[in-house]
Design a protein around this ligand. Sequence first.
Ligand code: DP6
Length: 356
Amino acid sequence: MADKVYRASTTAPVNIAVVKYWGKRDATLNLPTNSSLSVTLAQSDLRTLTTASCSASYPASEGDWLLLNGEPSDVSGARVQACFRELRARRAALEAADPSLPKLSTMPLHIVSENNFPTAAGLASSAAGFAALVRAIADLYELPASPSELSLIARQGSGSACRSLFGGYVAWRMGGKADGSDSMADQVAEASHWPEMRALVLVASAAKKGVSSTSGMQQTVATSSLFQERIERVVPQNMAVMEKAIQDRDFAPFAEVTMRDSNSFHATCADTYPPIFYMNDVSRAAIRAVEQINAAAGRTVAAYTFDAGPNAVIYYLEKDTELVVGTFYHVLGGEIDGWKNDAVKGLKPTTSLDGG
Ligand code: DP6
């Protein structure tokens, strides 16, 4: 049986935060300066598919490897290593407790991972990527771990990845322990709790982001005075209002907090020294379009949010699909439902939220 190949496949969806994670209090353990909350998008639209395999027949000299969208990817970085180490340690504990189990923890790992969206478009690919990587290996190792336990491991790959282990509405609680054992994600509500929720992804630019999230947030923590206000006052309040809005399925406060929190996050980026700008002219046009839609309707119909890049995600309810998607189509002259022009400009409406 030495040549037996053990294998497991899984998918993980992209999540887009409505209360943003921005800042680390411990860069090694990847512990955040604040809690955050996100919405998991539909797997059919944006997801990573990952297969993990291991075998005693894999040459030890090659070690572990990862093929990402068909290209070899470096696994020697601290983040991937932390995930491999944690997962192997849990498998080794199972093997120690039950000597009849095959010694998978000692075999080289081969990981093959594919995104069904353009990686370069900056659409939270690390979140789906690390969530899928961790769950694929956990499945391969048959670990009896809950999604929250796996979120502790995925967090060390990329902070936002800990939220992609759940579908629906997901909170990452910052925790307070120095070892990070309480900094994990939980599900605030299933997607089915609020089935009318929709997300429209507007790809304003497929260019790779100028300043990575990891280094951008470190610069913000080190230099922005606005940041203290954000983590001490703004975010705790946004988390509380957002959780209630989700429980109550109340779109107006959901939308207001989403937009305010995005603005607050980008304000701390502008307050970073030297300043960091993630939004571009297309992003600002999207903000104006949302304002116009809401003003014309006389109620809150849509909410925008931007991560560490110019692409917009617009949240709205199903009944307002024509109003929102129609307006964006008209205002931006975009292509609906396609990654046209190499995804340089495209609108991708999701049909629903699911996953997890
Ligand atoms: C703006 O999770 O990519 O998307 O932990 O350094 O990998 P690392 O950062 P990452 O940061 C995401 C930042 C954000 C906000 C969010 O998703 O909450």
